[in-house]
Design a protein around this ligand. Structure first.
Ligand SMILES: [Zn+2]
Length: 455
């Protein structure tokens, strides 16, 4: 089956010359892992018999095998590792296999500047500080996953910029950007975070990147509060995404994993207790959820974390005056149904986010920044300028408001609640459908344009 095997590459209607296979197994062939396992399984037994690895409860772990990757684990940096390497050499020559020395790394906590001999020619290996295993940078000196943590923000930023640039000119930009973020970017940069501690600085940096994507989806200005991205673009805050991954990972480890080694590893980490930063994070999550992760079904666990996240968002929203008119999502952490690429959706999102560029938060298009409504001030009335004043009560645009039916809407509700709450109703809290909301976006646009013409 592997005899005389070759490939040719087709480019247009031309074929490249043949490339002959002389090593390795076929990529993408379902037989490959079995062939590899058949070859390598003997090595596992020999390694295990040495008992040179680390103890995990009742088990001793001397090697990790994953696809064509092999990790040798030794308790001692000199004698143990050298015997494991000798065993590997002998095994390889017996099976007529060669080790890819350039892809071999040694991580150690032992003395620096130590070297190891490897391969038939006795090549020397120096210690590597950070090595990639299963796509994750790991190190033994210092915190093991620090390398990965430092990579995460870079990966997230690259994904965000790619999404922004490839969706900019496309159709249904908002929806496409949201889908790419959720299904490609987030799983890629959070890969591995379920099993490692994550510092708050990393979370803050990731949140900034996510907020940037959220504002792009909503077409709102950069100065918009991140609460708008959570509520309207439906982006769950990064902290809770990480919590969800960790909690689900632990839940599955406890209830769905039959692997004795994994179970031993888990018991080992938990027995260290409060000193392990990962265990500490689990305790924080459990405190926020109100009970132990083991007391939930998987479905309950996921929805409980979403619920806790939505409560936290509401708390932050209450503290922000600028988003006091922002309606609360009926369904949390999904792209709100009124959001699309159109300019009226954009106007509506800016109004909902309390960032209409009127000049009350930063300079407006007339290059002025004011605290009070300039039209009202000219009539010797001093009233704070904000979205609800302009849309619901400014005398300067009364005519437009009446014509558009906003006056009547306001009159129906104004006796019962504060202005910003009436505006919140008008912006969607009253249960209006997306199409009706987009019409309101257009209405707001006309009122605001009239106001700008008069100041
Ligand atoms: Zn006014």
């Amino acid at each position: 089956m592997y005899y005389n095997d070759s490939v040719q590459i087709q480019l247009g209607d031309k074929l490249s010359s043949q490339v002959w296979f002389t090593r390795g197994v076929k990529q993408g062939c379902c037989l490959s892992p079995f062939l590899f396992a058949l070859y390598i399984s003997g090595l596992g037994e020999v390694l295990q018999d040495t008992k040179l690895g680390i103890e995990l409860g009742a088990e001793i772990l001397t090697g990790l095998f994953f696809a064509d990757d092999l990790v040798l684990i030794s308790r001692t940096w000199n004698r143990g590792m050298n015997s494991l390497l000798r065993i590997l050499d002998r095994f390889c020559s017996k099976m007529s296999m060669t080790l890819s020395v350039s892809k071999t790394f040694v991580l150690t906590t032992g003395p620096k500047d130590k070297t190891w001999k490897i391969g038939d020619s006795g090549e020397e290996l120096k210690e590597t500080l950070v090595a990639k295993y299963l796509g994750i940078n790991l190190q033994l000196r210092g915190r093991h996953t620090l390398g990965r943590e430092q990579d995460i923000t870079g990966i997230a930023r690259r994904y965000a910029h790619t999404i922004l640039s490839i969706t900019r000119g496309g159709l249904d930009r908002s929806r496409l950007a949201k889908i790419l973020w959720e299904t490609c970017a987030v799983p890629a940069f959070l890969y591995g975070t379920e099993a490692m501690p994550i510092g708050s600085n990393t979370v803050i940096a990731l949140e900034k990147i996510q907020t940037m994507v959220g504002k792009f989806i909503l077409q709102v200005p950069g100065s918009t509060s991140k609460v708008a991205a959570w509520c309207d673009a439906g982006l769950m805050p990064i902290q809770y995404r990480i919590w969800k991954r960790k909690a689900v990972f632990l839940w599955k480890l406890i209830f769905r994993n039959e692997d004795a080694l994994m179970q031993e590893g888990l018991r080992d980490i938990i027995s260290v207790g409060g000193e392990d930063p990962w265990v500490q994070e689990i305790s924080t999550i459990e405190a926020a959820l109100g009970k132990s992760i083991t007391r939930f079904t998987l479905k309950e666990l996921k929805s409980r974390i979403s619920h806790v996240a939505s409560l936290a968002v509401l708390d932050i929203k209450r503290e922000h005056d600028s988003v006091s008119s922002l309606p609360q999502p009926r369904t949390w952490f999904v792209l709100q149904p009124h959001v699309n690429d159109s300019w009226y959706s954009k106007i509506l999102n800016m109004t909902r986010a309390g960032n209409m560029r009127l000049g009350n938060r930063m300079k407006n298009r007339k290059d002025i920044q004011v605290k009070y409504c300039p039209w009202c001030e000219a009539q010797s009335i001093r009233v704070r300028l904000n979205e609800s004043h302009l849309i619901l009560s400014c005398g300067g645009v009364k005519e437009e408001r009446t014509k558009e039916g906003v006056q009547a809407y306001f009159r129906r509700h104004s006796g019962k609640m504060a202005n910003h709450l009436v505006l919140r109703m008008y912006l969607g809290q009253d249960g209006s459908k997306p199409d009706a909301l987009r019409l309101r976006g257009a209405t707001i646009h006309r009122i605001v344009e009239a106001w700008f013409n008069r100041i």
